[in-house]
Ligand binder design. Structure first.
Ligand SMILES: Nc1ncnc2c1ncn2[C@@H]1O[C@H](COP(=O)(O)OP(=O)(O)OP(=O)(O)O)[C@@H](O)[C@H]1O
Ligand SMILES: [Mg+2]
Length: 270
C-alpha cells in the first residue's frame, strides 16, 4: 500500500484529478501511526498533503473519515489544514488537505528555544480547550469512549494480551477498573485528541496550526495533558513539563487524574 500514493497516476480518480501537476519526493512523513503521509508540491500552487490508511491495520488508530469531519468542523475555528478530498477505495482511505506553513514542534528550528516552544504549545492547548463545543459532532466523552474501547476488545484487537487460558473478560475487567477510577462528573471541553509536538506547527516562534485531528472532539482535557506531558518528556525533557502547565494556567494538575488517563492511553494504544 505504501508505494501506491507515490505515483499520482496510480491513485484513485478523485484524488488523482486534484493532484494534476503536483509531484512527491515519496518520503513517508508519518511519525508513529500505520498511515502513510506524503507531501505533494506544485511549481505554482501551495503544497498538498495526502494521508492514506489501510482500515484493516490497527483499528484503534484514528480513522481518516473522523479526521475529515474534524477538519471540516474546525475550518473557521482554529488554524487547521483545509480539507480537499476524502475517498475510500477497497480497504484504503485517502484524505487530501492543504499543507500548513512552518515546521512541527520536533524540528530543530522549533526546539532551539524550548522555553518559547513550551509557552506557545501550552497557549495553543488553551485555545483548543476554549472552543465552544455546542455544535461539535465528534464525541470522545466517557459515554462514547468506553463503549468504543469495549468494541475493540470484542473485535479481538487486544487478544494478544490475554494470558494463556484467559478470556476477554480479563481485558473487560481491566477497562472497567480504569473507568471506575475516573470521576463520574465530566468537564467536557474540545480536545485535540493527540496533542503532541509532531502534531503542532510552528514558524518564527509562533504556533501556526494543528494537524492529525482524527481523535479531536468533545472529551476530557486530561487526555490532552497526558499526550502533552509525554511528548514534552520525550522530545524536550521532563524539566519542561512544569513550565508547560504554568503557561497553560494550571500550576498543579490533578496527578491522580493524570495517572488514570495515562492508563486509558496505555490500554488502548500500547
Ligand atoms: N497539513 C499538513 N501540513 C504540513 N505538514 C503536515 C500536514 N499533515 C501532516 N504533515 C506532516 O506529516 C507528519 C505526519 O502526519 P500526521 O501527524 O497527520 O500523521 P501520523 O503522524 O501518521 O499520525 P500519528 O501522529 O498518529 O503518528 C506530521 O508530523 C507533519 O510533519
Ligand atoms: Mg502525527
Amino acid at each position: 500500500m505504501c508505494s501506491r500514493p507515490l505515483d499520482p497516476n496510480s491513485l484513485p480518480d478523485p484524488i488523482q484529478s486534484r493532484l494534476r501537476g503536483y509531484s512527491s519526493d515519496g518520503r513517508n512523513l508519518r511519525t508513529e501511526s500505520s498511515s502513510a503521509v506524503y507531501l505533494y508540491t506544485h511549481p505554482l500552487k501551495s503544497g498538498l498533503i495526502l494521508k492514506t490508511r489501510d482500515v484493516r491495520l490497527r483499528p484503534q488508530e484514528p480513522d481518516l473519515l473522523a479526521e475529515t469531519v474534524a477538519l471540516t468542523w474546525l475550518q473557521d475555528k482554529l488554524p487547521v489544514p483545509e480539507y480537499r478530498c476524502f475517498h475510500v477505495e477497497g480497504e484504503t482511505q485517502y484524505l487530501l488537505m492543504t499543507q500548513l506553513e512552518g515546521v512541527t514542534g520536533i524540528h530543530p528550528e522549533a526546539t532551539k528555544d524550548p522555553a518559547r516552544l513550551v509557552e506557545k504549545f501550552a497557549q495553543g492547548l488553551r485555545e483548543v480547550h476554549a472552543l465552544a463545543v455546542g455544535s461539535c459532532p465528534m464525541d470522545w466523552r466517557m459515554s462514547r469512549f468506553f463503549p468504543w474501547a469495549d468494541g475493540l476488545i470484542n473485535g479481538g484487537v487486544f487478544d494478544d494480551r490475554i494470558p494463556a487460558g484467559g478470556t476477554r473478560d480479563r481485558l473487560r475487567e481491566e477497562l472497567d477498573a480504569i473507568r471506575a477510577a475516573l470521576p463520574e462528573e465530566e468537564d467536557p471541553v474540545f480536545t485535540h485528541g493527540d496533542y503532541c509536538l509532531p502534531n503542532v506547527m510552528f514558524q518564527d516562534g509562533k504556533l501556526t496550526g494543528y494537524i492529525d485531528l482524527g481523535y479531536a472532539g468533545v472529551g476530557d482535557r486530561y487526555m490532552d495533558f497526558v499526550s502533552a506531558s509525554w511528548t514534552i518528556q520525550r522530545n524536550l525533557g521532563e524539566e519542561w513539563i512544569a513550565p508547560f502547565f504554568n503557561a497553560y494556567g494550571l500550576e498543579h494538575p490533578d496527578q491522580e487524574k493524570m495517572k488514570t488517563w495515562q492508563s486509558v492511553f496505555e490500554f488502548v494504544f500500547r
